[in-house]
Design a protein around this ligand. Structure first.
Ligand SMILES: NC(=O)c1ccc[n+]([C@@H]2O[C@H](COP(=O)([O-])OP(=O)(O)OC[C@H]3O[C@@H](n4cnc5c(N)ncnc54)[C@H](OP(=O)(O)O)[C@@H]3O)[C@@H](O)[C@H]2O)c1
Length: 309
């Protein structure tokens, strides 16, 4: 089984690469690292993860050429322009990467008969629901990022897997948990928004689930997040509580109090019901508190890449 992964150097991509090589088993404990990509004897998966420069997804020729050469069985498309606020001032680039880039991967996948897996977002929803969004609810993105990711979903062929996830945190990349830990030793108040509710999700839990859906070629839209829901204020408080800091340093603010204000509007409520997984009898991810605890432990472990606070 040959898998081509885009965005393999990103926050989620790195953990997908580890999961494909069996180093994050289902259930999510992240083991050790630094094995180069290639054929993994444990899982029998041959992973190819070209970086941005090697295969810019918005370059049709580059995508078609590399995919035709490699002839993967499965393509996991995790690359995206993910800077939500930057997308507002560069909408053409956002659509070029997130929508047109996905079109190129869909075209390339169909040429070689590969199964396509597209990673999407809770920001396709408008946040006006008062119950968790199901896969079959109508989207209504509020931001350029959300619209460009929804456009990417619509570029996926029938039979592709679309994984909508949310509020990611992992060992790699910048995220709310790492930002909180980095400021954890000071005494100044940490201000976090308390009027947006979502589904905090940990890449060490998400990645094995993405790999299962990909390798089993399960078609359709799947919401895949950790269980439970929270605001960023609640996640930051819990992060300090679990890491021995003072949770009372975290102060709740409203979105309107953000200084400077963010360019992109976020949904007030974007909790995802993992209904397609649940109704298919597939395993659900653990509650977000559990994922957070394991991420904090991994970040404190010197054996883990990026594992210093
Ligand atoms: N982060 C979240 O909270 C969140 C929530 C919901 C859904 N998602 C989705 O989950 C996926 C992974 O997110 P993430 O947090 O892992 O993102 P990330 O850390 O920003 O990684 C994105 C990756 O895409 C690559 N990339 C960007 N533009 C590219 C291009 N034109 N061609 C090829 N590669 C390109 C980046 O490479 P360079 O850095 O070298 O440019 C990077 O490796 C994305 O599809 C995102 O939309 C993320």
């Amino acid at each position: 089984m040959k898998v081509l992964l885009t965005g393999g150097r990103g926050q989620l991509g790195r953990d997908i690469a580890l999961a494909l090589s069996g180093r994050i088993p289902p259930g999510g404990t992240r083991a050790s690292l630094h094995r180069p990509p290639g054929l993994d004897r444990q899982t029998g998966v041959e992973l190819v993860a070209p970086d941005h420069a090697t295969m810019p997804v918005d370059n049709r020729l580059a995508v078609l050429t590399l995919v035709s050469e490699l002839r993967p069985d499965v393509i996991i498309h995790s690359a995206a322009m993910t800077a939500v606020d930057a997308c507002e001032s560069a909408p053409d680039t956002a659509f070029q990467v997130n929508a047109l880039g996905t079109r190129h991967l869909a075209e390339a996948a169909s040429r070689v008969g590969a199964h396509l897996v597209y990673i999407s977002t809770d920001y396709v929803f408008d946040g006006r629901s008062r119950r968790p969004y199901r896969e079959w609810d109508d989207p209504g993105p509020l931001s350029v990022y959300g619209r460009s990711k929804l456009a990417g979903e619509r570029e996926c062929p029938f039979g592709a897997t679309i994984v909508r996830t949310a509020w990611l945190a992992g060992v790699s990349g910048a995220n709310l948990v790492k930002a909180t830990l980095e400021q954890g030793t000071g005494s100044t108040p940490l201000r976090f928004v308390d009027d947006q509710r979502g589904s905090p999700t940990f890449t060490a839990d998400l990645a094995p689930a993405v790999c299962t859906l990909a390798l089993e070629r399960l078609p359709g839209v799947f919401h895949v997040t950790n269980g439970g829901e929270a605001t960023r204020f609640e996640v930051a408080r819990e992060t300090l509580a679990l890491s021995g800091g003072d949770p009372d340093r975290v102060v709740p603010i409203t979105t309107a109090e953000l200084d400077p204000p963010r360019a992109a509007q976020r949904p007030e409520y974007s909790v995802l019901d993992n209904a397609a997984l649940r109704l298919s009898g597939l395993p659900l991810l653990p509650d977000w508190h559990e994922g957070l605890e394991r991420l904090i432990a991994a970040l404190g472990s010197p054996s883990v890449e990026g594992g210093t606070r």
